[in-house]
Design a protein around this ligand. Structure first.
Ligand code: THU
Length: 163
């Protein structure tokens, strides 16, 4: 029998936005609002993200699609890259994600894609401070992850590039 490594992850699960603490409620509300500016004419899948910085500032973003499909960018990366470009060195405390679709009701939490998890992890490692992730669809439960590493076992980071 080969040796095994087993990990585990934990999310806090909430039934409603009303059950979140006021800071998280506020951030998720900003993410839901940010959906309105999403540009997603190809997928009709609209994503809004809000990033809370340690200085209290909230940065929002949304997905931006392109006729050359891979040239578009997810809401999470639009928001965190903008946050880092405007407030380099300020820690990111939490990120809220929400989504809706013209085609169906998203009644479960949307988790960031692998590329976005990797992109967000860069700032978690750089700042040496966990980034909380609040995940929501347009109705249903809300999941909260205490960190990005919780969603990305064996993640690749700058630590792998130092001797
Ligand atoms: N998308 C996001 O913006 N964030 C996610 O977490 C998942 C996917 C976008 C990319 C694309 O514009 C559309 O949703 C469908 O994949």
């Amino acid at each position: 029998m080969a040796k095994q490594i087993t990990g585990h992850y934990t999310f806090d699960v909430f039934d409603s936005i009303n059950n979140l603490n006021s800071e998280d409620q506020n951030l998720l509300t900003a993410a839901i609002k940010a959906i309105n500016n999403a540009y997603a004419p190809y997928s009709n899948f609209y994503v809004g993200v809000a990033v809370l910085l340690e200085n209290g500032k909230i940065i929002t973003g949304n997905n931006q699609e392109n006729a050359a499909y891979p040239s578009g960018l997810c809401a999470e990366r639009v928001a965190i890259f903008y946050a880092s470009s405007q407030y380099p060195g300020i820690k990111i405390k939490s990120i809220a994600v929400s989504a809706n679709s013209k085609k169906y009701n998203i009644n479960y939490p949307i988790a960031p894609c692998g590329s976005c998890r990797q992109a967000i992890s860069e700032y978690e490692v750089k700042m040496d401070s966990p980034i909380r992730l609040i995940m929501f669809g347009e109705s249903g439960e809300i999941y909260i992850s205490p960190s990005i590493s919780n969603l990305l076992p064996l993640m690749f980071s700058s630590k792998n590039l130092s001797e």
